[in-house]
Design a protein around this ligand. Structure first.
Ligand code: PLP
Length: 398
């Protein structure tokens, strides 16, 4: 990660196809586009690469999560279980639909803890949304079993783990719905963009219509189409889809590069006895976007994080002190800072955030450092980095 590191001729060629014809919109204008349908081509490619029946492109990963939930009929007053460690987008998307985010502890996988999920289910629970953080995954068998037992919808956010698999299946293809992001810093990027993945015909049709003002996309006259229900504009543009198409074709290549770099760093860090690595659920194969490990306690982890920065090692995150990915620093959300009124039902539903503590999540996040694996490093650079990392972390352990 990220795919922009290796931009080149393939991306340029796809983009030029769009510019040469001038049709920047994904729907309509059939006569002008000389057969170029980049969004459609990218959807077909995603379906085959990620082994799902349907992919619906949208304007961002946040939009994908929003559209996925809307497509499954999640809305006012419904509770959606999400992890304490994620990107704020999970919380935002749930709020946007008037639903209630129910934050639940993570475990040593750095994703949803199945036991904590079971304990959080109420009669209002409608969906469980695991977020496959930092290139690895939640225990999908356990979460699927819980969803089956309680008749809940399973929505995977695989924005940070595109290219990873669980028991041979690509992440995003396992739940009722999957979401991915193609934003600028993801493993494959379109600049901005996202996708909803599903094998469910009804959810797919909903996603297709909802992300384009409710258009039913029947016939070839956009003005004459009917609108079965309320929708919004979450469309991706042809420009973004063109770049995404070139990048998707390189996904396997990117994962392979990451795996090599990841293994060099992991092998070096394995020599430090105090380090343990995040647990990958049985049958899981990471995308190797990050190398995530644990140190003995918070103080050592803070010291190690500082030592890494001082040694010039960039992109190693101690999320405990980072405002975007962990509940601890989400003050604006705990205080419900909103530009517009929020329903009393949602306000009441979120009161727990004022007092609830997440000791189990703290136990892992306080001691975790996750290092981004880059695509552009040379072998020498990775090896030098490995040495510097071992030195910096060893100094923090003294
Ligand atoms: C990046 C990301 C998103 C949001 O994607 P955008 O395309 O930036 O809106 C959602 N969830 C996770 C886990 C992410 O990392």
């Amino acid at each position: 990660m990220p795919g922009f590191e290796l931009f080149g001729d393939k991306e340029r060629k796809e983009l030029n196809d769009v510019l040469d014809n001038g049709v920047l919109m994904r729907y309509g204008f059939d006569g002008m586009r000389n057969g170029h349908w980049k969004a459609k081509a990218l959807e077909t490619a995603l379906e085959s690469q990620l082994q799902v029946k349907h992919a619906q492109l949208v304007s961002s990963g946040t939009a994908a999560v929003t559209v996925a939930m809307a497509s499954a009929g999640i809305g006012a007053g419904d509770e959606v279980i999400m992890p304490t460690f994620t990107f704020v987008a999970s919380f935002e998307a749930i709020m946007m639909l008037g639903a209630i985010p129910v934050l639940v502890d993570i475990d040593d996988t750095l994703t949803l803890c199945p036991k904590a999920v079971s304990n959080a289910i109420t009669p209002k629970t409608k969906a469980i949304m695991p977020v496959h953080m930092c290139g690895s995954m939640a225990n999908m068998d356990a979460l699927q079993a819980i969803c089956k037992k309680h008749n809940l919808i399973l929505i995977e956010d695989s924005s940070q783990a595109t290219g990873a698999t669980y028991k041979g299946k690509p992440l995003g293809s396992i739940g009722d719905l999957g979401c991915l992001s193609l934003d600028f810093v993801k493993i494959i990027t379109a600049g901005e963009g996202g996708a909803v993945l599903t094998n469910n015909e009804k959810f797919y049709t909903h996603a297709d219509h909802y992300s384009d003002h409710g258009h039913d996309h029947k016939g070839s006259d956009r003005g004459a189409e009917t609108h079965p229900f309320l929708g919004y504009n979450f469309r991706i543009s042809e420009l973004h889809a063109a770049v995404g198409l070139a990048q998707l074709r390189r996904l396997n290549e990117f994962v392979a590069i990451q795996k090599i770099n990841y293994n060099i760093l992991r092998e070096a860090l394995s020599r430090i006895p105090e380090i343990t690595f995040r647990t990958v659920p049985a049958g899981g194969e990471e995308s190797y976007s990050f190398l995530s490990f644990f140190l003995p306690n918070l103080e050592i982890t803070r010291n190690a994080s500082n030592a890494l920065k001082e040694a010039g090692i960039d992109a190693c995150f101690h999320y405990f002190d980072n405002s975007w990915h962990y509940i601890r620093e989400w003050k604006h959300l705990k205080d419900l800072k909103s530009l517009y009124p929020i329903s009393s039902e949602v306000k009441e539903g979120l009161e727990y955030l004022q007092t609830k503590t997440f000791e189990q999540s703290d136990h892992y996040i306080a001691r975790n450092i996750s290092c981004l694996i880059k695509l552009s490093w040379t072998e020498e650079q990775v090896k030098e980095r490995a040495q510097l990392m071992v030195k910096a972390i060893t100094s923090a352990l003294k």
